[in-house]
Ligand binder design. Structure first.
Ligand code: ZN
Ligand code: ZN
Length: 135
């Protein structure tokens, strides 16, 4: 994976950000909350250190989907932009689809595989964790 800079934005481009360096990880989340949040079968995240991410235009709004969970989004177009949780203070999770070059960020695992939609047939050999990658 290249460690050069990449930019990202919401659908309306009101919120734009820049990511410097290689991310910590890339993974798919099948949990119920991410499904609702994105309206999609699965959410793919790019995990970064907060100091790698700089917001260069606009400001995120936040929704606390569970205690200590902050989901950032664009208040104008509604695009989900970030996920932060007190449990992982050294991480900010970006939504892969908001990055300008998503092909560069190759998923390494699945989390909350136990909550996947049953018809979701995964044709890869990546690890499948029932919940978080620690479980
Ligand atoms: Zn927007
Ligand atoms: Zn999730």
């Amino acid at each position: 994976m290249s460690d050069t800079m990449v930019e990202g934005r919401c659908l309306c481009a009101g919120v734009r950000f820049r990511v410097e360096g290689a991310p910590l990880w890339v993974g798919h989340c099948h949990c119920h909350s991410c499904r609702r949040n994105t309206g999609s079968a699965v959410a793919t995240f790019v995990g970064c250190s907060p100091n790698q991410v700089r917001y260069i235009a606009g400001e995120r709004q936040f929704y606390e989907s569970s205690p200590s969970v902050r989901r950032g989004f664009c208040g104008k177009c509604g695009t989900p932009l970030s996920y932060e949780v007190d449990r992982f203070p050294g991480e900010i999770h970006l939504y892969l689809g908001t990055l300008d070059e998503p092909e560069r960020f190759i998923p390494e695992f699945h989390v909350f595989y136990a909550e996947r939609i049953s018809w979701f047939d995964i044709a890869d050999d990546l690890p499948r964790h029932r919940a978080t990658s620690q479980e």
